[in-house]
Ligand binder design. Structure first.
Ligand code: ADP
Ligand code: MG
Length: 616
């Protein structure tokens, strides 16, 4: 810490305020205390003003914040107001002080750090007592006890009459502050290879409570503290980190971590103009899975997605595509879903049963997180996958609470929760890729397939595409599949036993052929960038020719399939689905127009899925 006296540090902050945030301080003075109670300062500004002071702030945040708040109270203001309880809140730390949540270590303790992630849980905001005024019922003396530790501290004896009470808390004379607990989890795009996201709890107080909702991407600055694990009876030597939050800002930016270099861009544009780009795309999804070319193409379209539209009347049409794979067990559905993690810029993979109490959508619960007192709102998979893709295996096993919330989540792309005084709307602007088994575990060939899908029609109609997979013996297909699996399993060994291979009885050509079968055409890293680039830069519009193709197909479909009792009725939603799919197809070429070819490509996919289900 710089060798400066306290008053010099207070002076330094006063100078800093004058130079960098004079207007902000004056505004605070006008709004204080009802509309605003904090002065937010940017660490980068402080660094520019005085690098030593900024560094001290990182290492001794508590003291420095006190000096800064002292300077605020002494600040020369044009109006007569005392900023007695105003806070100084620092934000925007350098990258060097922004560890990944999983990299937080004991050395970060009591230091100022910044973490980025997505809010997974938030309790409701409740008053927390900071100083309790106990009134002695015998003599009336007020005994003030600060409540800094976790447990509620009561007086041992009255300071006035030295008797042991009884006492009663006088609320008017006590001091309360609004308090809230948040759990921030690592963002889905930061995780590679299916790592489990780690989380950090953040305690916030006063004016920064109630500002974020589960599902928000945030940057939080605060001081790391320790909390002992275990309970009162059995304390553990292991401690947990939590953060005393100083500022929590919502990050609007998407895909910010994806640095697409000029070189990447060139490569992406080059690929996009190749004649066989669609084949290349198909060959880049789950190459170890044999067949499923249409499903793979559809998954690729889903990754690129259509264009979200805001209509003049304020309504919104989603661009995200929802897709369902439903089929016999052991047909590679889970494998295909799992592969999405490798190539989606932002994805969440889960099972219908859900791994948390929030399941797929969201939940308001009263659990340990809110110490059993406060209600906690928790975001489920579809919220955590906001602006990305949610791969949900065993969708048919989802909980009944999720079933009803799913309708809104898939179409309006938001989830409303109103329970126990919590009224919140969580964003779920994601694509859903679901896998499910048929009603009886496997398809019964004597019953219509559509009747064996164990989801209600309202939910089914929200899927843009439904693929059904039956596992019937077919000699040629089985032979090819067997050949493929036997080869790819061998190729897996190849990488681990490269040297030994030379001693085996295989030719270089054969080795090459094996690796070719499992190597994706476009490697995952580049594909991720390709998708992010296309979604950011490319907003294709329909040409007249494409419009005509889709219109004709739709009218034809309606003529054939308007049977009211049909399990999969053809509604106007199909039309929107066709538009989205065609836009996604244009995006793969990085084209700003949807051509007839795009429309034909997607009409063919939709036609074949409907035929499988038996609509045609
Ligand atoms: P599901 O989820 O449909 O029940 P899985 O994805 O768990 O099936 O697949 C079971 C196993 O069979 C996996 O090891 C998978 O790799 C293999 N498998 C199934 N179908 C194929 C296929 N078409 N190509 C390659 N492997 C397959
Ligand atoms: Mg499975």
């Amino acid at each position: 810490m710089a060798q400066a006296g306290n008053s010099e540090l207070v002076d330094a902050f006063e100078q800093f305020f004058r130079n960098y945030c004079d207007n902000e301080v004056k505004q605070l003075a006008q709004q204080y205390p009802n509309e605003q109670r904090s002065l937010f300062i940017d660490w980068q500004d402080l660094y520019r003003y005085d690098p030593d002071l900024a560094d001290d702030y990182l290492n001794q945040p508590e003291q420095l914040q006190r000096y800064a708040e002292e300077a605020l109270r002494l600040y020369d203001l044009p109006i007569d107001v005392s900023l007695g309880q105003a806070h100084v809140r620092i934000r925007n730390l350098p990258d060097t002080e922004s560890p990944d949540i999983r990299d937080i270590r004991a050395q970060n303790m009591n230091k100022l750090v910044q973490v980025r992630g997505i809010v997974r849980k938030a309790t409701d905001v409740r008053p927390k007592i900071e100083e309790a005024a106990f009134e002695c019922q015998l003599c009336g003396t007020l005994n003030r006890i600060p409540q800094s530790t976790g447990d509620f501290q009561e007086p041992h004896e009255c300071q006035g009459c030295e008797r042991q009470g009884p006492f009663q808390v006088n609320f008017d004379q006590s001091e309360f502050v609004d308090a809230q607990k948040l759990r921030v989890q690592e963002s889905p795009e930061g995780l590679r290879g299916g790592e489990t996201p780690q989380a950090l709890d953040i305690h916030v107080e006063d004016d920064i409570t109630g500002e974020v909702t589960p599902g928000d991407h945030v940057s939080a600055v605060g001081v790391l503290r320790l909390e002992q694990q275990g309970n009162q009876q059995e304390k553990s030597p292991i401690f947990d980190f939590y953060m005393e939050g100083i500022s929590v800002d919502i990050d609007e930016e998407q895909f910010e971590d994806m640095d697409i270099t000029e070189e990447d861009k060139k490569e992406i544009v080059r690929l996009s103009t190749e004649d066989d780009i669609y084949e290349k795309m198909v060959a880049s999804i789950a190459p170890s899975i044999y067949g499923y070319d249409q499903e793979k193409l559809a998954m690729m379209l889903q990754l690129f997605s259509g264009v979200t539209k805001q209509l003049p009347d304020g309504s919104r049409i989603r661009g995200d595509l929802h897709m369902l794979l439903i089929g016999d067990p052991g047909t590679g559905k889970s494998q295909m879903l799992g592969y999405i993690r490798n190539i989606a810029p932002r994805s969440v993979y889960t099972s219908g049963k859900g791994s948390s109490s929030a399941g797929l959508t969201a939940a308001a619960v009263r659990d340990d997180f809110g110490d059993g007192q406060q209600w906690t709102l928790e975001a489920g998979a579809l919220v955590l996958a906001d602006q990305g893709i949610a791969a949900v295996d065993e969708l048919d096993k989802m909980r009944s609470e999720d079933r009803s919330a799913m309708h809104e989540a898939l179409e309006q792309q938001q989830i409303s929760v109103s329970k126990a005084g919590i009224n919140a709307t969580l964003k779920s602007r994601c694509s859903l890729l679901g896998a499910a088994n048929p009603k009886y575990g496997r398809f019964d060939q004597y019953e219509p397939i559509a009747e064996q899908i164990d989801l209600e029609p309202a939910l089914i109609s929200r899927f843009d595409l439904i693929f059904t997979v039956t596992d019937n013996p077919d000699e040629e297909k089985d032979r090819n599949l067997a050949e493929h699996i036997l080869t790819t399993n061998y190729a897996g060994e190849l990488t681990t036993q490269q040297e030994e291979m030379t001693s085996l009885d295989v030719t270089t050509d054969e080795i090459e052929e094996m690796t070719e079968q499992v190597d994706p055409e476009i490697d995952a890293e580049l594909l991720r960038k390709y998708i992010a680039y296309a979604k950011q830069n490319c907003h294709p519009r329909m040409t007249e020719a494409a419009r005509e193709t889709i219109r004709d197909f739709y009218v034809d479909l309606r003529l054939k399939g308007t049977d009211e009792d049909a399990p999969i009725p053809v509604t106007a939603r199909k039309l929107e689905a066709l538009v989205r799919l065609a836009e996604a197809s244009a995006r793969i070429r990085l084209s700003d127009t949807v051509e007839a070819g795009d429309a034909e490509r997607v009409v063919e996919i939709v036609r074949s899925t409907l035929q499988d289900i038996g609509v045609d």
